[in-house]
Design a protein around this ligand. Structure first.
Ligand SMILES: Cc1cc2nc3c(=O)[nH]c(=O)nc-3n(C[C@H](O)[C@H](O)[C@H](O)COP(=O)(O)OP(=O)(O)OC[C@H]3O[C@@H](n4cnc5c(N)ncnc54)[C@H](O)[C@@H]3O)c2cc1C
Length: 421
């Protein structure tokens, strides 16, 4: 056999899912639950560090459908009841407790170590009958004219490439966004050209009681950037700074660690919380993470999770949107088999509902990045909007009512033109 020869896997699957993150595992598990044959392919041989450690309450309903609530309750992941914002002057808002709206066990969620959480999702997919192959890097989706028919992958264990065939190909490759980058149908969000620098600390300040697992969002002075503060197991706290690429990377010759340390100095309450803490590993950097694919599905293929689009980390919406798109795509795939219709219209039938939910987050993200906006001032003037704000922060974004907070917000901040878009 020649070095570059392709081998064909003889078996044809119903569905191939590429990427073992929250989106891929959700789609694969729910499709397998319906009795279809699913192959889940993952590039990494072992689960590894990933950013994206804070869940929001709306993830409860997907975890429930996946049959994972008991496992989450038994895990060592800190319980998260609220999110709290610190202004650029260092003043904290009152915590936004998720149970204020609708007390239910779903009003509490978790802060997770992604290597462990993703592995739990993978094991659960396996339990539901999904065939999983790690160390399998998909290089290409195979098309017959416009119809996706399979994937070509390189196995770590084998120097040849291998072709796998299926009726439906799900791209859940996260920010690699295999299909949309190849087709050049990704559109970056021009208002969110941001970068992030992050790491973990040990021995940092931890609040007590139900505030122990709260996510803190802290603005730096001048509001040019903000930090997340996410309590994790093993006395760890995840700390990351986010700001525009132009601002954060202007002194990039100094190195990411120096930029990170300088940003901490611009955030007094964070400095205090990290006073006795030890940094656990070298800072990591990511940028240009906010984009969306113009097309959600095609003939026999569909995108889910970050492969479809990512907004911004400020409200920890990534995993919720990965879960929801995974769920919605799985339901569309089931119907596609029932109707023998694998068109873009059928596989992407969830587009309008999903994008409207994503837009609720997007509008609140734009407000957050505007220098004039303040949650405290907005809610002081429009106290009735608190429920809508908590709904969005909880991830209850898939009903039109949550959009109602944007009319008064527009009145108060007329320069925020995109709120009505
Ligand atoms: C700075 C930052 C902070 C964030 N913080 C949060 C947060 O606090 N809370 C939150 O909910 N979200 C957060 N997110 C977002 C969150 O991490 C993602 O939205 C989430 O991981 C998306 O899940 P996914 O399954 O779509 O992709 P991923 O989790 O990225 O999974 C994709 C998988 O595909 C695999 N893969 C990629 N290419 C290939 C290939 N060619 N072949 C085979 N396998 C492949 C990868 O190895 C990976 O395992 C953050 C994001 C950023 C950038």
């Amino acid at each position: 056999m020649k070095e570059t020869e392709n081998c064909m896997d003889n078996q044809e699957y119903d569905v191939i899912v590429v990427g073992c993150g929250p989106a891929g595992c959700t789609t694969a598990t729910l499709v397998a639950q319906k009795g279809y044959q699913v192959l889940l392919l993952e590039r990494d041989e072992l689960p590894s560090f990933k950013v994206g450690e804070s869940l929001i309450p709306g993830t409860y309903w997907t975890l429930k459908r996946l049959g994972m609530i008991d496992q989450m309750k038994e895990s060592h992941f800190p319980e998260k009841y609220s999110v709290q914002f610190y202004s650029q002057t260092g003043k904290p808002s009152a915590p936004f407790y998720f149970f204020e709206n609708d007390p239910h066990e779903s009003s509490m969620t978790w802060q997770v170590l992604r290597s462990e959480f993703d592995q739990m999702l993978v094991k659960n997919a396996e339990k539901h009958g999904v065939e999983i192959r790690r160390g399998t890097h998909v290089h290409q989706v195979l098309f017959d004219d416009k119809k996706a028919v399979g994937v070509r992958a390189k196995l770590k264990s084998d120097k040849n490439t291998r072709d796998f065939r299926a009726k439906v190909i799900v791209d859940s490759t996260g920010q690699s966004a295999l299909i949309s980058r190849k087709m050049k149908i990704n559109v970056a969000d021009p208002k969110l050209k941001n970068a992030s620098i992050f790491t973990h600390f040990e021995g940092a300040f931890r609040d007590e009681g139900i505030d122990e697992g709260a996510t803190l969002i802290l603005h730096t002075e001048n509001k040019d950037s903000w930090f997340w503060y996410i309590p994790l197991p093993h006395d760890r706290v995840s700390v990351g700074v986010v700001g525009s690429i132009d601002y954060l990377m202007q002194a990039k010759e100094k190195g990411a660690q120096t930029i990170f340390d300088n940003q901490i100095k611009k955030c007094k309450p964070l400095q205090e919380k990290l006073e006795n803490a030890k940094q656990v590993f070298s800072v990591k950097v990511t940028k240009d993470f906010s984009y969306r694919s113009k097309q959600i599905a095609g003939d026999h293929w569909v995108l889910v999770g970050d492969a479809l689009g990512f907004l911004d980390p400020v409200y920890s919406s990534g995993i919720l949107l990965a879960f929801k798109s995974g769920e919605m795509a799985a339901d569309c795939i089931d119907l596609a088999f029932e109707r023998k219709d694998f068109s873009a219209e059928q596989l992407g039938a969830f587009e309008a509902e999903f994008i409207s939910g994503m837009d609720a987050f997007r509008k609140l993200v734009y407000a957050f990045y505007s220098k004039e906006f303040s949650f405290a001032k907005f809610l002081k003037r429009f106290p009735k909007c608190k429920q809508g704000v908590i709904d969005i922060l909880s991830g209850n974004v898939f009903n039109q009512e949550v959009q109602e907070i944007f009319k008064p917000m527009q009145t108060m901040y007329p320069t925020l033109k995109d709120l009505s878009a």
